[in-house]
Design a protein. Structure first.
Lengths: 134, 134
DNA sequence: CTTGACTCTGGAGTATGCTTTATGGTTTAT
DNA sequence: ATAAACCATAAAGCATACTCCAGAGTCAAG
């Protein structure tokens, strides 16, 4: 895997699919570190920024807010004293989400099964199934 | 499990933890059906509404937008003809999320492990770990 | 050396998901 | 019967997360 170490914001945008404005916005929100600048003031990025930006995108897709992602990434900036604790608590949080998603998935599949079997004009049993979730 | 079949918006709010205003907002957004009214115009709710509202809360915590939740719940209002397909595709979507969350969790635990072992002043290896994610 | 693509900053605008405010009717307990 | 608590609508306001200008500098190609 070869990363050209220097690229401008447009290229970072293209390789990550994140818009230029959004990249600058993330910098403002400190999700990305302040970019190194060329003499003329252009932002310079590296492979690390690609990785970080892709991580942000993934986390967002999973429903984390920018604030939470900032926390997740903030782990890096800490001095490694309580990183272990933070990372473990975040992992637990994810486990909770996984459990909820699994239950929702089960409910939906059950529903699919029931609706597949029952006649087309029967009322769908979704609300009944949803009760199992709570 | 006994539900009193009739309750006003304040009680629904208390039992679900969702604010009165938000409940009305969800009705506006058609996440909740238009509530039956008393002669005086007060909204009347039942156990079904509790279930539905709790489902909405759960789905929101999992990062679904109101639009997506509307779709999930919309399954009910369809005539059971393609419910099976919709439910299955949603379940697949959740599986994808679960996979991503699992990977993020693994990365975080690895990170916790590494940071726990390494000296307190070493740089944290988070970015390296993040690469495994993408 | 100029055209066109790219970048900069600062600020305004937009969509989503509430939350608050203003104004007024209803219900209930004393 | 009246105060306190509850409910109604409509509209404005707010936080988050972008998204889109305006006005201006930078740079590579012909």
């Amino acid at each position: 895997m070869v990363y050209r170490s220097a690229m401008k914001i447009g290229e970072l945008s293209k390789t990550t699919g994140v818009s230029i404005d959004t990249i600058r916005y993330y910098e403002q929100r400190t999700l990305l570190p302040e970019a190194v600048r060329t003499q003329s003031g252009y932002r310079q990025y590296s492979g690390n920024d690609i990785t970080r930006l892709k991580f942000i995108v993934q986390a967002k897709e999973l429903g984390f807010t920018l604030k939470e992602i900032s926390q997740l990434l903030g782990i890096q900036s800490s001095d490694c004293r309580d990183v272990k604790l933070i990372a473990e608590s975040k992992a637990l949080e994810m486990e909770g989400r996984i459990a909820k998603l699994s239950r929702m998935k089960e409910v939906l599949l059950e529903l699919a099964d029931k609706c597949g079997q029952s006649g087309n004009d029967d009322p769908c049993p979704i609300l009944k199934s949803l009760e199992e979730l709570t």
